[in-house]
Design a protein around this ligand. Structure first.
Ligand code: HMG
Ligand code: MG
Length: 295
């Protein structure tokens, strides 16, 4: 069974620059995505509200959610202040985030990789004390918008540092959507010597249109079944210039299903949930299946 972490309400909406999507519309999106069968949804980020204004209302989003039993509503957290907010909001799971590139990390969270890991120590302890599961993102694991190509062993090293902290679930990110299946092979080969495939999620953005091909290579050649994706292909990172949205959940689910995998949600139902958000975005979404959902 494919494990899909839907990151549209966080990674997707954080990057909408020209509109403010009201909390009620975010809640409606999250509820529709749960209704479509997705069972893990990153519902918001407890980051500095001035840095990512689109996530400033994550407290209200969590408070207003009608939670579907069995669905994990997770939150992105950069530090202890974020953890406090996430605990108050009753997030089901905590995601910390660092990077394989020093320059990107500094721009994104104002910390070196080493400093970010030190910041996570109390976050990990606090989440564990509250009985919450954790994931750790490693951004720019393939390419960095500032440093160019990243040595796969550097990305593996950061993954291992997160594991040493007690973060078992890794989400390895192609933040600027530039990786190819070959890049994926070069990273997964050394990573999977040290971490079992079940602990690895891949987080592909789709700037160069390679995300589905990357995911299929990871699934068919390495047995990876964990993926992040964003309904409608929403997304990007405000600190990764030029990066497009994540791979569209519906397109990825279709590709995996067509390759013989069991998937948690109906691709067209996910596309319909994404299309319903378009009136708030003032634009049409670009996923392949969104056209069918509009028809
Ligand atoms: P900083 O300025 O170094 O933080 O930012 P600080 O600790 O010095 O605090 C400065 C001010 O921020 C203080 O307030 C704190 O209280 C406040 P002041 O005294 O000035 O009034 N503050 C907070 N307020 C609310 N919630 C908090 C919080 N923390 C501090 N959690 C910090 C460091 C990490 C906070 C900041 O740089 C930040 O929030 N960055 C977030 C950037 C971000 O969200 N980027 C996008 C997500 S990452 C991504 O998209 C990649 C991913 O998808 C994977 C991939 O694609 O590769 C995950
Ligand atoms: Mg991302």
């Amino acid at each position: 069974m494919i494990r899909l972490v839907e990151v549209g309400p966080r990674d997707g909406l954080q990057n909408e620059k020209s509109v403010v999507v009201p909390a009620a519309a975010k809640i409606a999106l999250i509820e529709a995505l749960a209704g479509a069968g997705l069972n893990e949804i990153e519902a918001g980020a407890f980051v500095h509200p001035g840095k990512v204004p689109q996530m400033a209302d994550s407290d209200a989003v969590f408070a207003g959610l009608k939670r579907k039993p069995g669905v994990v509503y997770s939150a992105l957290v950069p530090n202890e202040a974020g953890l406090e907010r996430a605990l108050k909001a009753k997030a089901d799971k905590i995601a910390v985030f660092t990077a394989a590139s020093e320059t990107f990390n500094r721009k994104n969270i104002n910390a070196s990789i080493e400093e970010s890991l030190a910041r996570f120590r109390p976050v990990v302890a606090g989440a564990a004390a509250a009985g919450l599961p954790l994931r750790g993102y490693v951004s720019t694991a393939f390419w960095c918008p500032y440093e160019g190509k990243i040595d796969p062993l550097q990305a593996v090293e950061v993954c291992m540092r997160l594991r040493d902290l007690g973060v078992n679930e890794l989400s390895v990110g192609d933040t600027i959507g530039k990786a190819s299946p070959d890049d994926v092979r070069r990273l997964l080969a050394p990573l999977l010597k040290r971490v079992k495939p079940g602990d690895v999620f891949l987080h592909f953005h789709d700037t160069y249109g390679m995300a589905v091909a990357n995911a299929l290579a990871a699934y068919t050649e390495f047995g990876i079944t964990g993926f992040d994706a964003s309904a409608g292909g929403l997304g990007g990172c405000p600190y990764a210039p030029g990066a497009s949205g994540n791979v569209a959940t519906e397109d990825l689910l279709y590709a995996l299903q067509a390759s013989g995998a069991e998937v948690p949600a109906d691709p067209l139902a996910v596309a319909r949930a994404a299309v319903a958000l378009e009136k708030h975005l003032g634009r049409t979404l670009a996923s392949r299946l969104s056209g069918l959902a509009r028809a």
